[in-house]
Write a protein that binds this ligand. Structure first.
Ligand SMILES: [Zn+2]
Length: 429
């Protein structure tokens, strides 16, 4: 049994919003990698967790030792000295790697950065249990829909003109001021840009602070408009989105602060978004690979029965207003890798993680990877192949998860052109 490369058993969570039965990638991966898991077709399978989080720890497949215990017993070998120094932990990975299968919208939320995380925790430890930041990245495994960042300003201005229910909530004064004063082509970081953000904050703040009866009354009119006058909306997919999400969360403020103010983001399989600190977002449906820093710091805005901290939320957001195409991630080349297939790296502007996607759509064969200086976790999402290193050769099938120790070269061998893997890693340098 190698300590450099080994299979992991990953646990799963059955939250209510998960896809049902075998329509869920999480269920398929869990059942294929562990034949004792029998899929119940009427039960939700929401999240597969790969890592050292104590809620759902991963175990070494061969001897059922927990990855957390393995790391704690020999952190230098499993994390590497540089990663230990950088992240100040000898027990856990700096990232949590997941598969999510989403059937129902998750709450509209934003995550504080490190500085704000510390302040919130000091003020309200019950709602903010830790002070870390929580950058998140999502790569679509199937087609994915979400809400991500504020819409461009002229689009919101257009909605204030077209949709009386939004204007009724925002009020004539703030609506007119927004329409009249925005400078959609302001240079980022300029004083015009910061005035734009203040105008956007005033609109969002008004929506978030509206009374429940006001929201409910206007939500019903908005849904009626979506059903009977879809041409009133400035995007063809918006009426159906409103109708669908209202079925999941009737009369919710999320119809306004989410559907009308945030970008409706659609990803094709293989595309990714990085969710910056303090940017509002919500997942609507699809199967995704998600990676995040280990944290539970969430401030919620809508589509949730949970606590909404409206004041902190309205104060904290960046109010960036980029079109959705700009929120999608670009990929980098993967250095120190060669051979068959194709590897690209999704590398967000944070230290805790990046993800390498490897595909073999053109031809089967073997691709070689030099060692990375930190630990990594790899999952096969489709097709069949092998992963090998220094005499260890392991079958890689859908849902099979592997740990790769620092400074360990590996080969991925594709047996078919469907073979796809995702590898989350952290590097100290
Ligand atoms: Zn989030």
């Amino acid at each position: 049994m190698s300590d450099k490369l080994f299979r992991l058993d990953a646990g799963f969570q059955q939250y209510d919003w998960g896809k049902l039965g075998s329509t869920s990638a999480v269920a398929k991966y869990a059942a294929h990698s562990d034949p004792s898991v029998k899929i119940a077709e009427d039960k939700p399978y929401a999240e597969l967790w790969m890592g050292t989080h104590t809620n759902v720890p991963s175990y070494r497949h061969d001897d059922k030792a927990s990855l957390r215990d393995l790391i704690s017993s020999n952190p230098k070998e499993f994390l590497g000295e540089d990663v230990i120094k950088k992240f100040q932990s000898t027990t856990e990975l700096p990232f949590l790697f997941k598969v999510l299968s989403i059937r129902k919208v998750l709450s509209i939320q934003a995550h504080p950065d490190k500085a704000l995380g510390k302040i919130l925790r000091a003020q309200d430890p019950k709602n903010y249990p830790d002070d870390n930041h929580k950058p998140e990245m999502a790569i679509a495994v199937t087609d994915f829909e979400g809400l991500c960042g504020f819409k461009p300003l002229e689009e919101i201005a257009d909605e204030l003109k077209r949709i009386p229910e939004l204007k009724a909530i925002v009020g004539d004064e703030i609506a007119e001021s927004f329409i009249k004063n925005i400078k959609p082509h302001a240079v980022k970081g300029s004083s015009e840009d910061s005035e734009n953000k203040k105008l956007l904050q005033s609109v969002f703040g008004k929506v978030m602070n509206a009374s429940e009866p006001t929201i409910a009354e206007n939500a019903r009119l908005l849904v009626k408009r979506a059903e009977t006058k879809p041409e009133d909306f400035n995007k063809p997919d918006l009426p159906q989105l409103i109708i669908d999400l209202n079925k999941q969360f009737p009369d919710d403020v999320g119809l306004f602060c989410g559907c009308l103010l945030l970008n409706h983001c659609k990803l094709n399989a293989g595309e990714a978004i990085f969710l910056r600190a303090k940017d509002p977002h919500a997942y609507i449906n699809g199967d995704i690979i998600e990676c995040m820093a280990a944290s539970d710091n969430v401030v919620r805005a809508g589509f949730t029965p949970k606590f909404k901290d409206v004041k902190n939320l309205v104060d904290m957001l960046t109010y960036a207003y980029d079109p959705v195409e700009e929120q999608k991630m670009k990929t980098d080349a993967v250095p120190k890798s060669s051979g068959a297939g194709r590897s690209v790296c999704f590398n967000p502007p944070i230290e805790e993680f990046a993800i390498i996607q490897t595909t073999f759509a053109e031809s089967t064969g073997t691709r070689h990877f030099e060692g990375l200086d930190g630990p990594s976790i790899l999952i096969t999402t489709s097709g069949n192949g092998y992963i090998s290193s220094e005499g260890t050769k392991l079958k890689a099938e859908p849902g099979f998860v592997f740990f790769v120790a620092p400074n360990t070269a590996v080969d991925l061998e594709a047996l078919d052109t469907d073979f796809v893997t995702y590898r989350a890693f952290v590097e100290a340098n």
